[in-house]
Ligand binder design. Structure first.
Ligand SMILES: [Zn+2]
Ligand SMILES: [Zn+2]
Length: 180
């Protein structure tokens, strides 16, 4: 999603403008497709942009829903994530004169020549950072049985100690040499 900062950049340095963006569910073929690559199914963000000398400083909060799998029982879950972000964007063209501005630092985020800022890459990055690495469907999820693979939340069960020929022989050996 893009925000147009041209009106803000025409105001004196220090002027602020608020933007709200949201999409739910995110269209995987729309302008926020980059967010679905990060697993997001919905996004909502409030942003305050400040006109600064180099361009526009964006600060905001994003709330997204991420489609994931429980790391223990593998069922599909939706995890809410929140992120706070702040980023300086550099103007490349003067909004009043149309002249090219001094080149920003090489790795700086730039305001495109149409004075729009594409928020999707920033939000995508923030969502990935805020996404838990081992999400759970619930804090006490019991996971899958290591022996048979069934879901221990739905079918709580135990298995008798596995019977293995080698262990049986070993225990007989122990009986034969009790001092060891
Ligand atoms: Zn689970
Ligand atoms: Zn089992």
């Amino acid at each position: 999603m893009k925000i147009n900062v041209a009106p803000l950049l025409k105001q004196p340095v220090g002027t602020q403008a608020e933007y709200e963006v949201s999409e739910s569910p995110i269209d995987p073929r729309g302008e926020n497709a980059g967010l679905t690559e990060a697993g997001a199914t919905s996004i909502e963000a409030d942003i305050v942009a400040t006109h600064t000398n180099p361009g526009a400083y964006l600060e905001g909060d994003a709330r997204a829903t991420i489609a994931e799998q429980c790391s223990r029982c593998l069922r599909a879950i939706e995890t809410p994530v929140e992120a706070h972000f702040a980023e300086q964007y550099y103007s490349t063209i003067d909004v009043v004169s149309g002249d090219a501005k001094e080149a920003p630092p090489p790795d700086a985020k730039r305001i495109s020549s149409d004075f729009k800022i594409d928020l999707t890459p920033l939000l995508r990055e923030e969502i990935i950072l805020a996404t838990p690495l081992a999400p759970l469907c619930r804090p006490d999820c019991k996971g899958l049985c290591l022996v048979c693979g069934r879901d221990l939340n739905e079918e709580p069960h135990d298995h008798d100690a596995p019977v293995d020929e080698r262990w049986t022989k070993l225990s007989k050996l122990k009986e034969f040499h009790p001092e060891r």
